[in-house]
Design a protein around this ligand. Structure first.
Ligand SMILES: C[S@@+](CC[C@H](N)C(=O)[O-])C[C@H]1O[C@@H](n2cnc3c(N)ncnc32)[C@H](O)[C@@H]1O
Length: 216
């Protein structure tokens, strides 16, 4: 649904103090924003925010940033965090294409990619958030030894991502082709909005972890 159908969205967004429209200004200064130097985990394409707000609630010693370009879904995420009075989470109203402009090298300790748009046509492959060009940006901001955690219902996107990550030098581990029938209890516990729908329909969820070991 586009913004023109929901004119209240932009007004409500501007009332939130946990939302950044120009997050580049905090590059290298996130400790100032959060008033502490706890590790920062980010979710790219956060949607309505169930996943990242639940993590923030469970882990008060970590800081979380949800990145989302569509205000009509982001508004729900920001509201959730406010209703839970969470101090350790904020949201970037921002396009992942420019993510390297928001963080100094090594400023991010984990990246979550949950149910990213699959962009099935080959001519749109560059828009997939695990395309090599995005992985180069993630390498710039990720602390060496730290990880990307990805979940998807889309087999083709999963296959594409395994190849892209492997070619980019990420170390793959804990791969499952059916998360909710697996032993990865912790990863099963916290679900996204899309995941809840897919699991209810009995669909399989693919998951991987990819560690960036730094330039050799
Ligand atoms: C399929 S939805 C999944 C939402 C959520 N992660 C979930 O699992 O419920 C993908 C989300 O990624 C966002 N997105 C896609 N490309 C993006 C980009 N380049 N920058 C920021 N957000 C993006 C979309 O707007 C959409 O909300």
């Amino acid at each position: 649904m586009r913004l023109r159908n929901k004119p209240w969205v932009k007004d409500e967004m501007r009332t939130f103090d946990n939302l950044l429209e120009e997050p580049e200004t905090y590059k290298g200064r996130w400790a100032e924003w959060f008033h502490n130097d706890h590790p920062i985990q980010i979710e790219l394409g956060t949607g309505k925010g169930n996943f990242i707000t639940t993590l923030a609630e469970k882990n008060p010693d970590l800081n979380y940033l949800g990145v989302e370009v569509r205000e009509e879904v982001l508004v729900y995420a920001v509201r959730k965090a406010k209703q839970k009075n969470l101090e350790n989470i904020s949201f970037l109203w921002f396009n992942v294409e420019k993510i390297e402009q928001c963080f100094n090298p090594g400023e991010v300790s984990r990246i979550y990619l949950n149910f990213s748009d699959p962009w099935p046509k080959s001519r749109h492959a560059k828009r997939r958030l695990t395309h090599a060009s995005f992985l180069e940006k993630y390498k710039q901001i990720l602390l060496p030894g730290k990880e990307i955690h990805m979940k998807t219902d889309n087999e083709k996107l999963f296959e594409f991502s395994l190849n892209e990550l492997s070619h980019a030098g990420f170390q793959l581990k804990n791969i499952t082709l059916d998360l909710h029938q697996s032993d990865y209890m912790e990863a099963r516990e916290v679900m996204t909005e899309y995941e809840q729908k897919f699991v209810e329909r009995g669909m399989k969820i693919y998951r991987l972890e990819a560690a960036w070991m730094g330039d050799k």
